[in-house]
Design a protein. Structure first.
Length: 280
């Protein structure tokens, strides 16, 4: 069985992008179920799939993240990876789907888990907000805070890869991807057409799709009056080429193949070998 890709709520499991996209494992209500139930479910997944990669939003309840780490610790398993990148919820859902696409390929679990860190660099995730007074994930100046009290104000915000914020107006613009990508839009309680009529054309997106707004988005952005968006690479062949073009190495601690400088399963980094002092 291929490596399992898990999310912590059903609305983070986006519909399949193609016929090869594997279904997501949904770890629903982790913070509400008995611990022994969580342990049994995780052990079954590991037994069935060999390895499990869990993507958990930083906006998820603290009890969910705590339960994940407790279960991993009690099972004493280095075959469970908990990945919590600094992405808004919709961006994390997109990343989870990309890993579900790649899980159908001939990639080892360590490479697949490491691919999550690589692919975040190709996501542009943001939102249109009616207020930035409770926005904690993007730096907001005092003047912008003051403008957010003006009735009818809307703000375009990029949270990843580089935080940016503008007040929406005729000349408003945000830096976008320098490569062809698709855009996913999730509408909340804010009515806006700026994303589809201004931002998407400015970014030369190749296509646009819509999805329900994740429940955790309001907590992440500090308001329920928002519309969230994320650009991404949809094609499996492109994703596979990106991942396989990176040099692999074997984790010195758990022995699996990985890419990048950190094993997502055991969290080990390559050992530092100091150069011997010259003979004097």
């Amino acid at each position: 069985m291929p490596t399992a890709i898990a999310v912590t709520s059903a609305d983070m499991a986006l519909p399949a992008q193609d016929e090869r996209t594997l279904p997501a494992v949904v770890l629903q209500d982790l913070d509400r179920q008995p611990l022994d139930q969580s342990l049994a479910a995780m052990q079954t997944l590991v037994d069935q799939h060999g390895h499990l990669i869990v993507l958990c939003s930083r906006a998820a309840p603290a009890a969910v993240a705590r339960r994940l780490h407790i279960v991993r610790s009690l099972l004493e398993s280095d075959r469970i990876a908990v990945f919590r990148p600094a992405l808004p919820p919709l961006g994390l859902a997109v990343l989870a789907r990309q890993l579900r696409q790649l899980a159908s390929c001939d990639l080892g679990p360590g490479v697949l888990a490491s691919a999550g860190r690589l692919l975040t660099h190709y996501l542009h995730a943001g939102a249109v907000l009616n207020s930035v007074t409770r926005l904690d994930h993007v730096p907001v100046g005092l003047r912008t805070h003051a403008k957010s009290w003006v009735p009818g104000s809307q703000f375009g915000v990029i949270a990843h890869p580089e935080p940016r914020l503008v007040r929406i107006g005729p000349e408003a613009t945000l830096p976008g991807p320098e490569f062809g990508s698709w855009m996913l839009v999730a509408r909340g309680q804010l009515q806006t057409d700026w994303i589809t009529t201004a931002l998407a054309p400015a970014w030369n997106v190749l296509g646009l799709r819509e999805a329900p707004l994740p429940a955790e988005s309001a907590r992440w952005w500090g308001t329920g009056r928002l519309t969230e968006f994320c650009t991404y690479l949809p094609d499996l062949s492109v994703l596979y080429q990106l991942v396989t073009s990176v040099r692999r190495h074997t984790c010195h601690w758990c022995g699996i193949d990985v890419i990048g400088d950190r094993c997502v399963f055991c969290c080990a980094t390559p050992p530092v070998h100091e150069n011997p002092a010259p003979a004097g």
